[in-house]
Design a protein. Structure first.
Length: 153
């Protein structure tokens, strides 16, 4: 577990060093995470990395304590600057929600029937088709539909 934790922290350190040396416009830990992802994709998952990651994720709420303390310490400043904060946070949050929804829609379309979408090569049944063939898909019925036809619905 110590080797795996060292691997995770070394990737973060490499990301920090690369950002400082190359003057990249992204946080070092993000680049470190990308380096870790690339390494794991290329070489596979070494023993203990999953357990170390799960341990870190289990203690994730503790990492929010400093942020909460910062909010409490700077409460007066936040109250004074709340319109600016809202003007920055609200559009950003809405943009992230919109982009996430569009990405989800595109991925469902691309993956086709595996993800419940109707992408290239994927078969979907429209509402008109469902009403003309009795709403069945190859003989399968829902429990509600079977119960309603039997007089139990």
């Amino acid at each position: 577990m110590l080797k795996a934790l060292t691997l995770i922290l070394c990737c973060q350190l490499l990301g920090e060093i690369a950002v400082l040396l190359l003057h990249l416009p992204l946080p070092g830990p993000v680049l470190g995470m990308l380096l870790l992802f690339a390494g794991l994709s290329w070489r596979g998952l070494p023993a203990g990395v999953a357990q170390s990651a799960d341990t870190l994720l289990g203690h994730l709420p503790l990492l929010f304590v400093p942020a909460g303390v910062g909010v409490m310490v700077h409460w007066q400043r936040l109250l004074a600057d709340w319109p600016t904060l809202v003007a920055a946070l609200l559009p950003g949050t809405l943009a992230v929600l919109l982009i996430t929804a569009l990405t989800m829609r595109a991925m469902r379309w691309l993956l086709g029937p595996r993800a419940g979408g109707g992408g290239p090569g994927g078969r979907t049944q429209s509402a008109a088709q469902a009403s003309t063939d009795g709403g069945t898909d190859g003989g399968a019925e829902t429990a509600l539909g079977a119960g309603a036809r039997a007089g139990h619905g």
